[in-house]
Write a protein that binds this ligand. Structure first.
Ligand code: NDP
Ligand code: HSE
Length: 431
């Protein structure tokens, strides 16, 4: 048997704990698949004395995670601390400089510093692996980097945040409020340390920036992602969407448009017949469209200890076997900068919910404004009452329109005395 791959593990929270549990429970299987044992030799976290429900007494402890990189009994460092900079980034750089492989689940760091880290790893000829950073347990990084390597991609999109999907699914199922369900997602270990990263779409944007680089051979470009979160979604929107034949999902999408790539994270109405509509709870799904393979769907658990540990240990097995290539599929020096259009003037169908004063003439005022900006209405529903303002809900769906025109109308509505709350505008996805 070849000598063991010795792991330095930084971060012993939800994912770090999952990695320890998986390596203990599946030790024999991992050894067979890796053709050598994979053993944790040293660990680091913030609080040495916290009871983590696992026996760490046989493992070396480092108060400063960066010191794991220089240890003689560490061949590969696994970073499960989080944060785009700070100790996680210092550890990544120290590990690569020490000529050792680096494995991480940290999409924030990769979205911000992925290009630099990939360049450093290639110069040092070490592995940089991050399967767990996108869509938890789904092997989408490997699937895109290896399985779809022969394809020109036209689009990659999907449900990239387990917390938001859990919140939207539970609001639909139970009629619970956003705030109630966010607490549950946190208790289940799905949410980021700062859950606003989840609900404001930032975590999904981090993942999309990584997928875009993999899918289109571009430099990761987080600044090029247009981002909207789910805070404005009310259970009324979920009910209206259902009655119209849709489910609301937070969708991250990158599409090639000529020489540019558009990247956008936003809630959207997904038709019930679309494969993304049935992706519920903490499940994630990624659709990739390739010029030879056609439409490909990856689906599975996108968050939580077990699924994420599964992806981290898969990376460790690759490192143990010596199987790795350029971090983003294309050598870092060949990744290209593309004009990124965060919020391209999309043409599409939209849903708009207005909260309006219940008096004659308001509907006429709204439809006249939409006529003036050339927005063609497909359907109008007026029912339900907003408990906060006492106004009534006016829900419109449009035919294909220029998005900017609709946004202009929404901005105008916000200024009207008869419109009592900011309009909610959501895209309607095609099948
Ligand atoms: P947790 O908050 O549960 O755990 C973070 C761990 O990092 C804790 O053990 C903490 O120590 C430790 N830590 C914090 N600061 C330091 C430091 N300066 N030095 C050493 N250790 C430190 O986070 P998660 O496990 O949920 O997430 C870890 C990473 O995995 C993040 O990048 C996250 O985005 C990513 N991820 C998370 C998923 C999930 O479902 N939770 C899924 C996919 C990716 P202590 O315990 O002592 O406080
Ligand atoms: N907070 C993230 C999510 C964890 O909810 O999807 C998985 O990346």
């Amino acid at each position: 048997m070849a000598k063991a791959l010795k792991v330095g593990l930084a971060g012993l929270g939800t994912v770090g704990g999952g990695v320890l549990a998986l390596l203990a429970q599946n030790a024999a299987l991992v050894t067979k698949r890796a053709a050598r044992p994979v053993v944790v030799s040293a660990v680091s976290a913030r609080d040495r004395h916290r009871n983590r429900g696992v026996d760490l007494s046989a493992l070396a402890w480092e108060d400063n995670a960066v010191d794991l990189a220089g240890r003689a009994d560490v061949d590969v460092v696994v970073e499960l601390i989080g944060g785009s900079d700070g100790p996680a980034l210092a550890l990544a750089k120290a590990t690569i400089s020490a000529g050792k492989a680096f494995v991480s689940a940290n999409k924030a760091m990769l979205a911000h510093h992925g290009l630099e880290l990939a360049s450093r790893a290639e110069a040092a000829q070490v592995a940089l692996k991050f399967e767990a950073a996108v869509a938890g347990g789904i092997p989408v990084i490997k699937g895109m980097r290896e399985g779809l390597a022969a394809n020109e991609l036209t689009a990659v999109y999907g449900i990239l945040n387990g917390t938001c999907n859990y919140i939207l699914s539970t609001m639909e199922r139970n009629g619970s409020t956003f705030a109630q369900v966010l607490g549950e997602a946190q208790a289940l270990g799905y949410a980021e340390a700062d859950p606003s990263f989840d609900v404001d779409g930032i975590d999904a944007a981090h993942k999309l920036a990584i997928l875009t680089a993999l899918g289109f051979g571009t430099k990761p470009n987080l600044e090029g992602v247009g981002i909207e979160g789910i805070r404005q979604i009310d259970s009324a929107d979920i009910d209206y969407a259902r009655s119209l034949g849709y489910r609301i999902k937070l969708v991250g999408a990158a599409r090639r448009v000529g020489e540019a790539v558009t990247q956008r994270v936003a809630p959207a109405l997904v038709p019930h017949a679309h494969p993304l509509a049935s992706v519920m709870d903490s499940l994630n799904a990624v659709v990739a469209e390739g010029n030879f393979v056609g439409r490909m769907l990856f689906q599975g658990r996108g968050a939580g200890a077990g699924p994420t540990a599964s992806a981290v240990v898969a990376d460790l097995i690759d490192v143990a076997r010596g199987e790795w290539g350029p971090a983003f599929g294309t050598p870092a020096s060949d990744l290209v900068s593309v004009p990124a259009i965060p919020l391209a003037p999309t043409i599409g169908r939209f849903y708009m919910r207005l909260t309006v004063a219940d008096r004659p003439g308001v509907l006429a005022e709204v439809t006249a404004t939409l006529r003036d900006v050339n927005v063609s209405i497909e359907s109008v529903i007026q029912r339900g009452q907003d408990p906060l303002t006492g106004g009534v809900y006016l829900v419109l769906t449009t035919h294909a329109v220029v998005e900017n025109a609709l946004r202009e109308a929404a901005a105008h509505f916000s200024r009207l005395e008869s419109v009592l709350a900011p309009p909610v505008v959501l895209q309607i996805m095609d099948l």
